[in-house]
Design a protein around this ligand. Sequence first.
Ligand SMILES: NC(=O)C1=CN([C@@H]2O[C@H](COP(=O)(O)OP(=O)(O)OC[C@H]3O[C@@H](n4cnc5c(N)ncnc54)[C@H](OP(=O)(O)O)[C@@H]3O)[C@@H](O)[C@H]2O)C=CC1
Ligand SMILES: CC(C)CCC[C@@H](C)[C@H]1CC[C@H]2C3=CC[C@H]4[C@H](C)C(=O)CC[C@]4(C)[C@H]3CC[C@]12C
Length: 331
Amino acid sequence: MRKVVLVTGANSGIGLALCERLLAHDGQIQLCLACRNMQRAEAARLALLASHPESQVALLQLDVGSVRSVFQAAKEVKLRYNRLDYIYLNAGIMPNPQLDIKAFFKGLFSSNVINMFATAEGILTQKDNINSDGMQEVFATNLFGHYLLVRELEPLLCQPDSISQVIWTSSSNARRSAFSLEDIQHQQGTEPYSSSKYASDLVSVALNRRHNHQGLYSSVICPGLVMTNMTYGILPSFFWSLIMPIMWLIRIFTNTFTLTPYNGAEALFWLSLQKPESLDPLAKYHSLTSGLGKNYTQPHKVSEETQYLISSSLTQPQQKRNYIKLTPGLQ
Ligand SMILES: NC(=O)C1=CN([C@@H]2O[C@H](COP(=O)(O)OP(=O)(O)OC[C@H]3O[C@@H](n4cnc5c(N)ncnc54)[C@H](OP(=O)(O)O)[C@@H]3O)[C@@H](O)[C@H]2O)C=CC1
Ligand SMILES: CC(C)CCC[C@@H](C)[C@H]1CC[C@H]2C3=CC[C@H]4[C@H](C)C(=O)CC[C@]4(C)[C@H]3CC[C@]12C
């Protein structure tokens, strides 16, 4: 049977590289590129068909940052397919990133330098926007739209006698300290990206608790530092090209500088080959690239503090209400 795979944010960067890798491995899959811009989506489809002319690549209009668009797209998916084997929740944004140069140089000469390069802890903030649904844009795009999509597609993902995988592109920038259950949209802070990725890690665990018995398994990955439109928004592309030799050097020490979208997609691709029952629901799977350019995937257990938060809070009714109290239109 042809597996059905849906990828959000599939028209560029890590999402597009993942599609390329999935088709190279199995040309029989039914691939659905879920993108907000249909011109960019069509360009991606043509590029994929150029290297895999026999493959089945469909397009789906989806703006994950819009509640209406998510409902419409989910309706369309339910009309087109009667099963969904993999759903990659990969679309993501980091608007108006600000690099704290002073903190960066301070970190460079501290014992925390490797961690700083791997996670950007303490050196990166963003300025968020309000979207047309009246929600914080980063939360709505990186987390909430994807969560709604999974909820809407439950009938396809939880088919009797079949297994499905939900795979989130999270980040090692996800940090407990950036996230608050009292402010899940991160209206108050300056690290909405970190907060949204941490929230996706939590939601993934919650999805496993709720749906494993129905054959739905959720995992999170970190692609490492990858040169894409997102990172070109932090520093211009010519600057990244200029410092590329330094980046290769740093890769010897961290392995998290995967740098190319192909390498960054490693953990996403690797997960598609695993038996989901054998995966650790409390792990984040990292794409890593060694100094010699070898790709591999490594699980990192979530922190004890996170495990505590999951077991003490996520299942309590008060927190459940917080998820519903998002926006007046959704109550
Ligand atoms: N690059 C990196 O170093 C890292 C990236 N990540 C994560 O990887 C994922 C992919 O990002 P990456 O490939 O780097 O960057 P890109 O900017 O290349 O890709 C992001 C993709 O998401 C899409 N997207 C953004 N907003 C929406 C929306 N509202 N609805 C639908 N699609 C949308 C973009 O579409 P469009 O072309 O229309 O903008 C694009 O296809 C993100 O979740 C990011 O957080 C995680 C860790 C590190
Ligand atoms: C000499 C150079 C290496 C200087 C570059 C400094 C910074 C611009 C970058 C250093 C660490 C980078 C990041 C780390 C983690 C990424 C994370 C996993 C993610 O999800 C998005 C991108 C990162 C935050 C990335 C961004 C650039 C750095 C801060």
